[in-house]
Ligand binder design. Structure first.
Ligand SMILES: [Zn+2]
Length: 240
């Protein structure tokens, strides 16, 4: 019993001290590190939702089947249309630490949880390597496919949340509208599909749910970053 309580207090102490470590935080032995939620890079890319570490989607499976994966900006990263010149396949884009990009500057989306009132509705995630149609996006929880567009697949989870997966290769999708999926089941291959104009090779992932804002309930795109950090750690630890 004494052993257990010592172990627990050491564990709690370790957990607390890790939380206070300087950024970026490295919590695994696999080199995974990430900047805090809402810390967008570069600062000109917008106002992130700093300090909101709430896990909106607890226990979800990471939306890409295998690690590593790199969550960072497509627009402001190397080769992005507002980023440093260079190849989209630059190794800088395929490296830790992660950088949140929810609320990154976008003019057209109404986003009540972003301080600008508009912004990126979700986050962008690169696969292990700069190769399209190689890595699968998978269901983050049990649910049903509610719509399939030109480059958007929507999953409604049993939690009531709606998830969107963008830029999958449409010719090789593994799902149909109305199909029930189990957590971890393959949806399609991550690609650069954005209809007639291709984008960078990445998965755009977002989550919509009903939350209370003031006295009213609103269905909004919520910050996925912290939920994904937790999901990714589970994937790295071998129990996704
Ligand atoms: Zn995106």
């Amino acid at each position: 019993m004494r052993f257990i309580s010592i172990f627990l207090s050491v564990f709690i102490f370790t957990a607390c001290s890790q939380k206070e470590e300087k950024i970026p935080v490295d919590l695994t032995r696999k080199g995974f590190s990430y900047y805090p939620a809402g810390e967008l890079a570069p600062v000109t890319s917008g106002q992130g939702r700093k300090g909101d570490n709430y896990v909106y989607a607890p226990g979800i499976r990471f939306p890409i089947e295998s690690a590593p994966a790199y969550l960072n900006s497509q627009v402001y990263g190397v080769g992005g249309y507002l980023g440093p010149k260079g190849s989209l396949c630059s190794e800088t884009n395929y490296a830790y630490p992660w950088h949140d990009n929810y609320c990154e500057k976008r003019s057209k989306y109404n986003m009540p949880l972003c301080s600008m009132g508009t912004g990126h509705q979700g986050v962008d995630i690169r696969t292990a390597t700069c190769e399209k149609k190689k890595y699968y996006a998978v269901a983050v929880e049990n649910g049903v496919i509610t719509s399939i567009g030109t480059y958007t697949v929507q999953l409604r989870g049993i939690s009531g949340r709606t998830y969107r997966y963008l830029h999958l290769d449409s010719a090789t999708l593994k799902v149909k509208r109305g199909q029930n999926l189990r957590r971890g089941q393959r949806i399609g291959l991550v690609s650069n599909n954005m209809g007639s104009t291709p984008t960078s090779i990445h998965l755009h992932f977002d989550m919509k749910q009903t939350i209370k804002i003031g006295n009213s309930s609103k269905t909004v795109f919520v910050p996925p970053y912290t939920s994904l950090v937790e999901a990714y750690k589970r994937l790295l630890q071998g129990h996704p």
